[in-house]
Ligand binder design. Sequence first.
Ligand code: ADP
Ligand code: ADP
Length: 233
Amino acid sequence: MLEVRELVKHYAAPGGETVRAIDGVSMHVDRGELVALYGPSGSGKSTLLKLIAAMLTPDSGAVYVAGRNVSALSARDAAQYRRREMGFVRQEIEVMDGASALDNATLKLLDNRTGWRRARKQVTPLLIELGLKDRLRHRAEQLSVGERQRVLIARALSTKPSLVLADEPTGSLDGERSHEVLRLLTRLCREHEVAMLLVTHDPQAAAYATRVHELRDGRLREYSPERAPALPQ
Ligand code: ADP
Ligand code: ADP
């Protein structure tokens, strides 16, 4: 589903130096899989996500999604790829206060020109599946942190993406909420046949992942459970 092939991305740093942000990374995530990626600050995680989201062009190598080279898309096609084929989950602060859980979850469909009636109809079962049946009409600021995170997950899945990138989705949750969200993500990946790449510092995530990688100085290595995962800096 997602295939990252020998990806390289260097930045020109002040002083004429070159930062090898991504330095030959290959990996894949199949449908139904949740692959976790650990890495300390500065290891290249954001750069890798942006390359996969076709927000940056690699110096060499390529990203394939469902067999298509998304590294070669025009800016317009790349935006469409992000809107339609990709879901993106970050921290719960991205829920819009003042709007209901239901309306918040429809935003991505509206962005894809789905009418609001149809959008609401489409996201309602997803919100119910995520345990928010009694929260549909609650405004975002009336929801708990974990509930807000689940609204964002519904939004990310609403367009039936084949690939979801999750960037520290449990970053603002306590241990127990974090477990809940991870359990939910694993189940959703399987049931919705989504390929999910989870970038995280959460040591609990490894237990839920199909595979775990570690990024260090732009290079990927197998994560070994004996070594403690890289902690935030
Ligand atoms: P992470 O997300 O793991 O913190 P990043 O992908 O943001 O890592 O950064 C990887 C490396 O690339 C770091 O050394 C960072 O300073 C450098 N870097 C990131 N973006 C730029 C940029 N636009 N210009 C120059 N260097 C950059
Ligand atoms: P910056 O890192 O400069 O703050 P952004 O806020 O645009 O840039 O993006 C931060 C992170 O969010 C990146 O890792 C990027 O891949 C991801 N991102 C932002 N918007 C999207 C999107 N629509 N689809 C996929 N990834 C996104």
